[in-house]
Design a protein around this ligand. Structure first.
Ligand SMILES: Nc1ncnc2c1ncn2[C@@H]1O[C@H](COP(=O)(O)OP(=O)(O)OP(=O)(O)O)[C@@H](O)[C@H]1O
Ligand SMILES: [Mg+2]
Length: 303
């Protein structure tokens, strides 16, 4: 077992997974520290969702180990949250109550809800207030009383993200969260991620642990480079590809502020590199050629 970095929230150690004879993930080693927003790109079917399900704990890997917040992941737990592309909300609850629902389940028992009415009411109003705070964060304060059928797809997806964030997961997994949205809505949600990242920077500057650590799968290279500070490529296109996909790219991504121009021209070199390293079926190179994130980081921060 390798040493873990300070502030490590997710550590995948030699993670492999297969379905029968279909070898999907091959020896994934990945360390993510608090406050990173990490984009994951890779060819369709390479195993991105399989990796996320392993980290979530619903489908543990066949080999290797995943440590989240210092604990081995063997089943779903509070440390890891997830939002999918078409995440479903509870139709019979308003936006606010959808967001508050997880806390309510977590912090009250059924007998308390049934028999401890006044105590329960007090807690419920606290949870609803927290839900409103979260809705404000995703810029949905005005929609607090709407039901899912009264919201647009983008609004529903934001409620889903607020619902995940209210549980304060140590790491939030987003599996193509904006995939079903139109371009303008997608941009708004990307900005929301940039604002969360900005909160991370503020927390760091104040000497606190940054609150949001996010792993986001997207098939859009522009989106990957725009919203993240680190981009990872998962791919079966490498020397040992017959044994499944592994991490073939791991580098810093340019950091944007919410107010910056969306100038994607400057991504071209990195996008070319990503296409070459991650999406080229004929690639036979060693998988670690473009896996330099921690080396570069350590060099930059060497005393
Ligand atoms: N439950 C399952 N049973 C058998 N095979 C599976 C199962 N889930 C996934 N697979 C296979 O594992 C491989 C990886 O699937 P996965 O959904 O993780 O890919 P992905 O990278 O998320 O693809 P996409 O970009 O299309 O979402 C595919 O070959 C898929 O057919
Ligand atoms: Mg997938």
């Amino acid at each position: 077992m390798s040493n873990t970095r300070p502030n490590c929230v997710l550590h995948c150690q030699g993670v492999s997974h297969w379905f029968g004879s279909n070898r999907v993930l091959n020896n994934i080693n990945l360390e993510i520290t608090a406050g990173q927003i990490v984009a994951v790109v890779g060819p369709s079917g390479c195993g991105k969702s399989t990796l996320l399900r392993a980290i979530l704990g619903t489908h543990p890997p066949k080999a290797g180990q995943i440590i989240a917040n210092g604990h081995p992941v063997t089943r779903p737990n509070r440390d890891v949250g997830i939002v999918y592309q078409n995440y479903s909300l509870f139709d019979f609850l308003t936006a606010r109550d959808n967001v508050a629902f997880g806390l309510m389940l977590d912090q009250t028992t059924l007998p308390e809800r049934l028999f401890g009415y006044f105590q329960w009411r007090k807690l419920r109003s606290q949870h609803r207030q927290q839900a409103l705070d979260l809705l404000e964060k995703v810029q949905l304060s005005k929609a607090a009383n709407l039901y899912p059928h009264e919201m647009s797809g983008g609004m529903r997806q934001r409620v889903a993200i607020a619902q995940a964030l209210i549980m304060e997961p140590k790491i939030l997994l987003l599996d193509e969260p904006f995939g079903a949205l139109d371009e303008a809505t997608r941009e708004e949600l990307q900005l929301m991620l940039l604002r969360l990242y900005d909160e991370n920077l503020q927390a760091k500057a104040a000497g606190q642990t940054p609150p949001y650590t996010i792993l986001i799968v997207t098939h859009e290279l522009n989106e990957a480079l725009y919203v993240s500070d680190r981009v990872i490529g998962l791919s079966q296109y490498h020397q040992d590809g017959a044994n499944g996909a592994t991490i073939v790219y791991d580098k810093q991504a340019p950091v944007f502020k919410a107010g910056d121009a969306r100038d994607f021209e400057q991504f071209e070199t990195q996008k070319d590199e990503l296409r070459k390293a991650v999406f080229t079926p004929s690639a036979t190179r060693h998988h670690s050629e473009f896996v330099t994130f921690w080396n570069e980081h350590d060099k930059a921060f060497a005393p």
